[in-house]
Design a protein around this ligand. Sequence first.
Ligand code: PLP
Length: 284
Amino acid sequence: MTRIVYLNGNWLPEADAKVSIFDRGFLFADAIYEVTGVVGGKLLEYPGHSARLQRSTAELGIACPLTPDALLEVHREIVRRNELREGLIYLQISRGTADRDFAFPENPTPTLTLFTQAKPVLDNPKVATGISVALLPDQRWARRDIKTVQLLYPSMAKMEAMAKGADDAWLVEDGFVTEASSATAHIITEDGKLVTRGLSNAILHGITRASVLDIAGKAGIEFEERAFTPDEAKNAAEAFITSATNFVLPVTEIDGRPVGEGKPGPRTLRLRKLYIEQKLAEAL
Ligand code: PLP
């Protein structure tokens, strides 16, 4: 089956969807994106992703080409057209096309694209083992709260972590963990407290992060929003990442050292179960 993608109001077979070489997304990474998980043909956490999309475009002064309601309809339609049951929807909005110039063009027409990727997200074999992470310096730009397509450093960090035999990187800046290459980093201390970095321009404001904190609070798991050091992470009882397609995924090794007993922790697995139950029930 040929994948059908969305490009500026048109539904096209993927091979026919073409974007100009003058698109500012291509030339300047002048574009933002969102990734929404899909399970059972339904959208997970759509209101959160929609709100963050509005925030990212507003921060960059990019005109969002469709209303939130119209964008929701495009998300639903792309699921239908591709008969997507499980996987993700990627959405990108660039500022548009113009002759190459550092100054933004006046009144550009944004380029809006969406495509689907089918993949199992519920049955992730890494849930049973956890993932390993390598600590690496955070060399990204200073506005990580905006979800831009400027992902070269996260990609390089992931490659470096993999070259060290790890699954992913946890990035470190000024002596504190910021986040993973494409997920939020969390630890659970020996006394059972969930610790996650507070919101600022240093990290992406994860949609899954916000839901997990809400769920933790209701489940009686105490949490603290503050930065934590690499040493605290290495000595934590449990560690995990959160993201739209990983949900809550255990981290069982940091820089070659086991976290806790070196296997997925009970609180992490409980949070994953609660998160999935709640988000499937709320899926659109
Ligand atoms: N942090 C970074 C740098 C990310 O790229 C992502 C997801 O892509 C996240 C955190 C997690 O965000 P969310 O839970 O909204 O998927």
